[in-house]
Design a protein around this ligand. Sequence first.
Ligand SMILES: CC(C)(COP(=O)(O)OP(=O)(O)OC[C@H]1O[C@@H](n2cnc3c(N)ncnc32)[C@H](O)[C@@H]1OP(=O)(O)O)[C@@H](O)C(=O)NCCC(=O)NCCS
Length: 132
Amino acid sequence: MDNIKNKVVAFDQVKILGKDIKRDGVTLANPPGAIWIGATDDDKIVGVVCIVINSKTKTARYKSDFVLKDYRKRGIYRKLFQLRESFVRMKGVKTATAFCSFMSINCYVKYGFVPQRRKVNTDNVFVKKVYV
Ligand SMILES: CC(C)(COP(=O)(O)OP(=O)(O)OC[C@H]1O[C@@H](n2cnc3c(N)ncnc32)[C@H](O)[C@@H]1OP(=O)(O)O)[C@@H](O)C(=O)NCCC(=O)NCCS
């Protein structure tokens, strides 16, 4: 656990999580401009969050939040989340949105996101944050 480090990683490094992510219903796509922040245990990727920033509109989309089962409930996601918050603030992002799951919604709400609506036929909730 002490070896867990957070850093920006390449999508190629994240792809290895593909099967586990899919099993939990999270999509793993790499749209243009996506920034991946990974949690690593030595060299192994154990968690990830993604940011897609539109620099013209100063908006961000958060996606693909995921931590491997064996590493959950140890605060790894919270640290990734905090890092992502610092990153988007540094980039001057004004609003951020995400579709979150019942497992991540508490974290989103704690960090100032407001639930907007549920995605049709899923448990995913669309959340939005306005940065001040
Ligand atoms: C959601 C997920 C990323 C959390 O990772 P984690 O490293 O275990 O989370 P942390 O230990 O940092 O906990 C952060 C907060 O998340 C929330 N949380 C974590 N696991 C949860 C669960 N099973 N149910 C509800 N809330 C949960 C809690 O609010 C927690 O804060 P708290 O400890 O103050 O209560 C992980 O469970 C996961 O990958 N789930 C499957 C995929 C998924 O649902 N991703 C979110 C898509 S937006």
